[in-house]
Design a binder for this molecule. Structure first.
Ligand SMILES: O=C(CO)[C@@H](O)[C@H](O)[C@H](O)[C@H](O)COP(=O)(O)O
Ligand SMILES: [Zn+2]
Length: 191
């Protein structure tokens, strides 16, 4: 058991190192895009399934409440939390549309849509990125090796391994890095 724990730790460390090596410049570009959108009165909309739904909510909370320094609240919404919206769209239309309909309802030009999918191919995430593009929003995808979400997003933050849990661990690391970079761009006086 201890060996399994150590192997998991090692795999997580290695995956995070390669994710950061691969995505360094893209993280800077993503943070710059998000900061510019927020400065212009835009907002950041996040969505994903399962563990990625939790990541979407976690990152939105960092923006709306605070991250590591005191500052004004920043506009961000996770599209994974309203059970009435999710169940009515899922029940009346399809599970595939649970995020895209919310994007169409809430998204405005220059907002940033962030889709999180380890496979990169979850239909509801892909459809929401398509809807965001249609609305003139900027799009960012957090994915594993790639997939349709990565192909279509303005910026793809990829984690090229085959284990979902390892991908998710790198996603939340990159999410926290984005929160930090956005704060540093918008509130340099705090650092
Ligand atoms: O957290 C995990 C696995 O670690 C699961 O809940 C996982 O997020 C779910 O199976 C998702 O439905 C997978 O979707 P996706 O990442 O491929 O878009
Ligand atoms: Zn998980």
């Amino acid at each position: 058991m201890i060996n399994i724990i150590n192997d998991t730790l090692q795999a997580s460390i290695e995956t995070k190192k390669s994710a950061i090596a691969e995505n360094g410049e893209r993280l800077v570009n993503a943070a710059t895009l998000m900061a510019e959108s927020l400065t212009a009165g835009g907002k950041i909309l996040l969505f994903g399934n399962g563990g990625s739904a939790a990541d979407a909510q976690h990152i939105a909370a960092e923006f709306v409440n605070r991250f590591q320094t005191e500052r004004v609240p920043l506009a961000s919404i996770a599209l994974t939390t309203d059970s009435s919206i999710l169940t009515s769209i899922g029940n009346d239309y399809s599970f595939e549309e649970i995020f895209s309909k919310q994007i169409t309802a809430l998204g405005q030009i220059n907002d940033v849509a962030i889709g999180i999918s380890t496979s990169g191919n979850s239909p509801n995430v892909v459809k929401a990125l398509e809807a965001a593009e249609k609305e003139g929003m900027h799009t960012i995808a957090f994915t594993g090796k790639g997939g349709r979400a990565a192909d279509m997003a303005d910026i793809a933050l990829t984690v090229p391994v085959g284990v979902t849990a390892r991908i998710q661990e790198s996603h939340i690391l990159m999410g926290h890095i984005l929160c930090d970079l956005v704060d540093r761009i918008l509130f340099p006086e705090n650092f």
